[in-house]
Design a protein around this ligand. Sequence first.
Ligand SMILES: Nc1nc2c(ncn2[C@@H]2O[C@H](COP(=O)(O)OP(=O)(O)OP(=O)(O)O)[C@@H](O)[C@H]2O)c(=O)[nH]1
Ligand SMILES: [Mg+2]
Length: 297
Amino acid sequence: MVEKSAFRSGHVAIVGRPNVGKSTLLNKLIGQRLSITSRKPQTTRHRICGILTTSSTQCAFVDTPGFQSGGTNALGSAMNRTVTRTLGEVDAVVFVVVAGRYTADDERVASLLAKGVPLIVAVNKVDQLRDRAALLPFLADLQQRLLPRAIVPVSARQGYQVSRLLREIEAVLPERELLYPAEQLTDRDERFFAAEFIREKLFRLLGDELPYATAVVIDQFEQTPKLRRIHATIFVDKQSHKGIVVGENGERLKTIATGARKEMEALYGSKVFLQVWVKVRRGWADDRAQLRHFGYE
Ligand SMILES: Nc1nc2c(ncn2[C@@H]2O[C@H](COP(=O)(O)OP(=O)(O)OP(=O)(O)O)[C@@H](O)[C@H]2O)c(=O)[nH]1
Ligand SMILES: [Mg+2]
């Protein structure tokens, strides 16, 4: 008699300092562009769950904001709380570091990891590594420091070794039935992704500082089978920022809205009618009441 191996499932946190490629990795693991990414640190502000179900396992990956060391505003503190809370709720942790660069900020993240929760280290961006020979001692050093169950060099951007990483993750999950219906992709709703896709375009299309001073709120989300009618507001911190976001003759706002609309249409599989306004809300990133209103915990 052939014994059938038991089904495994669990929540898996993806953590690390800002900009190491956590969200890119989540998207690669689940094969869908769910979590927004950009070249700028602190792109992710919310916990986002992306669910991958196969015939033998269900992994609910939880992407988290990059953990920020040093002084932060109220938004930064809320983002860090999201990381620590998530770490207390999961069955396994994927700690993402950049190949060849283990810094004091990585160490701070390592200090948050709970003993007893299986740890897997993903050593990302190996495609960027100039000196391949340096990778082995780097891996050996991390193995000794962190005592992970597995350590896997990957390139989230190129997909290199992501399936091997997935196998290592699946192997540490507890034997358990489905946590979510097999066809469910995420625990977030369409409205959430509408705001996120607009924020991604702000991060990608605005200069270095400005994205940090923006927040997006969905004012209206009307859904019919063929069309989503969405009204959104981008909040900025200063009057002068408003002009930059809108751009000459509204060109930049149009580019932002068009880019976001295309992402929404791909995810929802329907047409989207999107209208976006820009408003000034001074000091919102340090105002706890305002942050709650904008959906930051
Ligand atoms: N070369 C290279 N770049 C990568 C790789 N993975 C991610 N990146 C890039 O690194 C940058 C940051 O990626 P994100 O996925 O947004 O990083 P993150 O850790 O989620 O960042 P925060 O949410 O801001 O903490 C983007 O420009 C990615 O394209 C990789 O394997 N190789
Ligand atoms: Mg991210």
